[in-house]
Design a protein around this ligand. Structure first.
Ligand code: PEP
Ligand code: MG
Length: 590
């Protein structure tokens, strides 16, 4: 690209907060063509030995990376390397490769390459999202072993001499992100991926800025090009010119100053100018985030997603491992509630070990709480772990994608069984644990008054509520402009759920992305939801905004927006009175 070329701008998902500038390092998962070399009959043994040594070396490397990850992120997070370590001994991988070496006289590299292609083809045909997740591991392992056999450098290895690197890839894997050094790899940018992809969860935990779902950024960049990644807005600029560079510098300075100022909020109360208290909890994806969120002043956890225990795993997570994870979070908040969600499987997340057949419409299929009756053992183990951890704090159980009271009743039945088992075994646990429902579908929102008779609390998952209300896939960047939390249908449902909760004396909180965006927070408050669960790094800024707002003004603005005929009109009406507050308190575009 020459000096005068115009900068190229991409807009994707804000996947991990932060802003950085660096040089592109392309992460290509395609390994070069494996040369065809005939192996003489007597060479077979040597190739078998080379394959054995390449596997042994890969195992040493992976065990090493796993140990490092355990130190940096925690032992549970380090288990994302287990599937790859297991694959090293998987007979499908090993025996198939050995057969090609012995029977077809192939080199170890070619035999392994063929075998992996075969497996990939077979697994891809299942088209199951979780198997696709495993394909990442397959690719990762293939590249690792072939690089050894062909004496090539690892394509994802970032050389010691490289600094301020931005990794650009079609998609990334959790294992790639887990071993990044944030002091050298300053940001990530990918064609695919969403905020809930497992690698973006790790990027947030490591505080590496990332923008995902950029479409085709990989087709427009080359190694070494200058690139800016804004993980607050999802904006990426390739070869920024003077204007873009200036814009970046000003925005970075503004965000730095803002982060610094807002961090001072940790000890302050979350109370509006007209002295109304708001409860600000956090959303967590990994147990290791709990202590950091508490240090930022969180009043508990409004959503602890537990899928990290199953995504990318080849085996069912053990009760003990789960217990330790839940206990870590509960203990981080000795005087606040911690809402732990049961596994939200289905949609784009299904663990391989459940061997679930693919569905034509996974987001309308076996998802969330619906999986519970089919997998009682899996959920029973989870509930046992939760009950045990509840003895160490104010832990509450939350079920995802609830539509009816019956689903809560099934969850309670399982919970009863878990209690009986634990009591029979003499294992300590907490008997009285609240069970709540996430409101994520129009069915649940419209039936909220009835749900309050089954659930001890309700929590609005705005990401799914907007998706299912508007029939707009939340992961489709091309539909992002239609994903509108201000749509009248969404606003009315939120107001209705808040009213139903108040009437029944049941707490209503909100925990989707909407509760993290400044205007979204104000809108939720205005619609009557005063318990919010926000992305933990956004908490201080949101608290400062709450402290600088008057609830009466917010309510009046929300009332007016409720009368608007369209989402655009509702947003205009709402922003007319409140956008100035947001602009005064947040860096532009945050
Ligand atoms: C939601 O749907 O708003 C939510 C918080 O759950 P998740 O994003 O994990 O689906
Ligand atoms: Mg959801």
């Amino acid at each position: 690209m020459n000096e005068t070329a115009a900068p190229i701008v991409f807009k994707g998902f804000p996947a991990s907060e932060g802003i950085a500038r660096g040089r592109v390092h392309r992460v290509d998962w395609d390994v070069p063509e494996v040369p065809r070399v005939a192996v003489p009959a007597e060479g077979g043994e040597r190739e078998l030995e080379r394959f054995r040594r390449a596997r042994a070396r890969a195992r040493r490397e992976l065990e090493g990376i796993k140990r490092e990850t355990a130190t940096r992120l925690g032992p549970i997070e380090a288990r994302i390397f287990d599937p790859q370590i297991l694959m090293l001994d998987d007979p499908e991988v090993v025996d198939g490769t050995k057969r090609y070496i012995s029977e077809n006289r192939l080199t170890a590299a070619r035999a392994f390459d063929w075998r992996m292609l075969e497996l990939k083809d077979r697994w891809s045909r299942t088209s199951h999202p979780m198997v696709l997740d495993r394909l990442n591991d397959l690719d990762d392992l293939k590249v690792r072993i072939l690089s050894r056999l062909l004496d090539l450098p690892d394509p994802w290895e970032i050389g010691d001499g490289e600094h301020r690197v931005v990794a650009v890839a079609k998609d990334l894997t959790p294992s790639f992100v887990a071993r990044l050094d944030p002091s050298r790899v300053v940001a990530l940018a990918t064609d695919r991926g969403t905020r809930t992809s497992h690698w973006t969860i790790l990027a947030r935990s490591l505080e590496i800025p990332a923008a995902a779902g950029l479409g085709n950024v990989t087709t427009r960049v080359g190694d070494g090009q200058a690139i800016v990644v804004d993980g607050w807005s999802g904006r990426v600029v390739i070869e920024p010119d003077a204007r873009e560079t200036d814009r970046f510098e000003r925005r970075r300075a503004a965000i730095r100053g803002w982060s610094h100022e807002t961090r001072a909020m940790a000890e302050e109360e979350a109370v509006t100018l007209d002295r109304r208290s708001v409860t600000l909890r956090v959303n967590l994806d990994l147990p290791g985030e709990a202590a950091r969120a508490r240090a930022l002043g969180a009043q508990g956890v409004g959503l602890f997603r537990t899928e990290f225990l199953v995504v990318g795993r080849g085996t069912v997570p053990e009760e003990e491992e789960q217990y330790r994870a839940y206990r870590e979070v509960a203990e981080a908040f000795p005087s606040h509630p911690v809402l732990i969600r049961t596994f939200d499987l289905g949609g784009d997340k299904f663990p391989v070990f459940l061997r679930t057949p693919a569905e034509d419409n996974p987001f309308l299929g076996r998802r969330g709480v619906r999986v519970c009756p089919d997998e009682p053992e899996l959920f029973l183990t989870q509930l046992r772990a939760m009950l045990r951890a509840a003895a160490h704090g104010d832990l509450r159980i939350m079920a995802p994608l609830v539509n009816t009271g019956t689903e809560i009743a099934i969850m309670r039945e399982l919970l009863g069984m878990a209690k009986d088992q634990l009591a029979g075994e003499g294992v300590p646990f907490e008997r009285s644990v609240e069970v709540g429902a996430m409101i994520e579908t129009p069915a649940a929102a419209l039936a909220a008054p009835g749900l309050t008779t089954h659930a001890d609390f309700l929590s609005i998952g705005t990401n799914d509520l907007v998706q299912y209300t508007l029939a707009v896939d939340r992961t489709n960047t091309r539909l992002a402009h239609l994903f509108d939390p201000f749509h009248p249908a969404v606003l009315r449902q939120i107001a209705m759920v808040a009213r139903a909760g108040r009437a029944a004396g049941v707490e209503v909180s909100a925990c989707g992305e909407m509760a993290t965006r400044p205007l979204g927070v104000l809108l939720l408050l205005g619609l009557g939801v005063d318990v919010l669960s926000v992305a933990w790094r956004s908490l201080p800024g949101i608290k400062r905004m709450v402290r600088n707002s008057r609830l009466d003004d917010i309510r009046a603005a929300a009332e007016a927006s409720l009368k608007a005929p369209t989402g655009a009109e509702a947003k205009r009406t709402f922003a007319a009175s409140l956008q100035p507050t947001v602009e005064r308190l947040f860096p532009p575009g945050t």
